[in-house]
Design a protein around this ligand. Structure first.
Ligand code: LLP
Length: 428
């Protein structure tokens, strides 16, 4: 089964379709590289969380760093979601997409004074605070504006999420959160500051997590802290369990969102906190398998004849600047031809035009391809376009959002002129 099924499917005619649209036809019409997302797939992924939380006081804050296209944000805002943001720029996007700032939680270890002022003025729901120094800064800024800032402390539960070290965030060696042993003292400090109002607790232990156990371990730790903090007379109105649920890229079998949430709710109920407002910050699991990156084969460069160890390179028009996950995390993402052709397949390294040996999208993939063919990199809806850059002066790809019969161009392809519009020559 293809990751992204049933929205992504290959027809009997061999054509790969997303939400019923031929991907090859979309690439022909809009050019490549091209990101294509299915709105129905995003809604279905969200539905699993919503179902599991029905009847509970809760807020799903889409972690928009995964895919921050305005039309994607609009989709989640219309479905009632809040947002987990990590910058002033993300806050502006939420507003531009029609999102409600009163449903925004502001995460991140390095909020600047300007970002704090912007978020206070906009009226975000909560600041997720990661250090004592940040508490003091927020207190100063809130007092200067004559406000009380709502705060949650992000605690670092020191559990191993069992994921790639670059995206593991809940271990004590990570820069994130307040060590669980220091949490009570930090809460006491927060409660003593007149510009702050303590409203909750949060954690986030990592990303692409494929097991339930790390979540349950983290939840137990967080609930221990809730008990300790409330025993000290500081009430916590909400508990935020963060995001991190993984998706299937290859053969991973992460729990479905409703099963994960169900297991967490059981623990929360057993500890007597079932009536609290519960927050979650899913990113990848809402959008990852709803999107693909389309790219056209430019050249085939087979290995030297007679050298069995030589590599075959399939050079495509997408590169590490369009999709950095393989280069950055050694991530394996499925690559499928948009139309099948008859003939023997060979093993190809799918590489881009960028001048780095790390510029690869897939290695050693059995494919039958010819120049001009369109390939789809699957599971590319999360941390794809959102991490794209302009390295090698490459304009970023266009984005399409499919919605039933319609295919909306939700981001135009960048032009080279736009890339250096802000640059200046100096006088001779
Ligand atoms: N909440 C916080 C505080 C986070 O730092 C993150 C992700 C999330 C929620 C959402 O996590 P998700 O549900 O998407 O796993 N670029 C990497 C992933 C980095 C994740 C950073 N934090 C990748 O491509 O795998």
């Amino acid at each position: 089964m293809l990751p992204g099924a049933p929205y992504l499917a290959r027809g009997d005619d061999g054509e790969l379709r997303l939400e019923g649209h031929s991907l090859r036809a979309l690439a022909q019409r809009h050019g490549s590289p091209l990101y294509v997302y299915s709105r129905a797939a995003m809604r279905a992924a969200l539905g699993a969380y919503q179902r599991a939380l029905q009847g509970r006081r809760h807020l799903l804050c889409y972690a928009m760093k995964a895919n921050s296209n305005l039309a994607v944000l609009q989709t989640f805002a219309q479905a009632g979601c809040g947002f987990d943001i990590v910058s002033g720029g993300e806050l502006e996007r939420v507003l531009a997409a029609g999102g409600d700032p009163a449903r925004v939680v502001f995460s991140g270890v390095g909020k600047t004074r300007a970002e704090i002022r912007q978020a206070l003025a906009t009226g975000v729901r909560c600041f997720n605070i990661e250090s004592r120094a940040e508490l003091d800064r927020l207190n100063d800024e809130a007092l200067a504006l004559g406000r009380r800032a709502p705060v949650s402390l992000r605690v670092n539960p020191d559990v191993d999420a069992g994921t790639h070290p670059y995206i593991s965030t809940g271990l004590k060696g990570n820069k994130f959160g307040i060590a669980h042993g220091d949490a009570l003292a930090a809460y006491r400090h927060a409660a003593s500051l007149p510009g702050l109002e303590v409203v909750g607790i949060d954690c986030h232990i990592g990303s692409q997590i494929t097991q339930i156990e790390p979540y349950l371990d983290a939840a137990e730790r967080v609930l221990d802290i809730v008990a300790e903090v409330e025993a000290a007379g500081i009430a916590l109105a909400h508990i935020d369990f963060g995001g991190g649920l993984g998706i299937t890229y290859a053969d991973e079998t992460p729990p479905p969102a409703d099963r994960l949430i169900g297991a967490l709710l059981e623990r929360v109920d057993a500890r007597g906190y079932g009536a609290r407002e519960l927050l979650f910050e899913p990113g990848r699991s809402l959008v990852g398998n709803a999107g693909v990156l389309l790219t056209e084969v430019q050249y085939l460069k087979p290995g030297a004849a007679g050298d069995a160890s030589a590599k075959n390179f399939c050079i495509v028009d997408a590169a590490m600047n369009d999709l950095v996950r393989p280069a950055m995390y050694d991530a394996w993402m499925a690559i499928e031809p948009c139309a099948l052709r008859d003939g023997p397949s060979a093993h190809w390294d799918i590489v881009g035009p960028v001048c780095e040996s790390g510029d690869w999208l897939g290695r050693d993939r059995p494919l039958c391809v010819q120049p001009g063919d369109v390939l789809a990199v699957l599971s590319a809806g999360a941390y794809g376009m959102a991490m794209a850059s302009n390295y090698n002066t490459r304009p970023r790809a266009a984005e399409i959002l499919l919605d039933g019969e319609r295919a909306h161009l939700v981001r135009e392809r960048e032009t080279v002129r736009e890339l250096f519009a802000g640059e200046r020559l100096i006088p001779d």
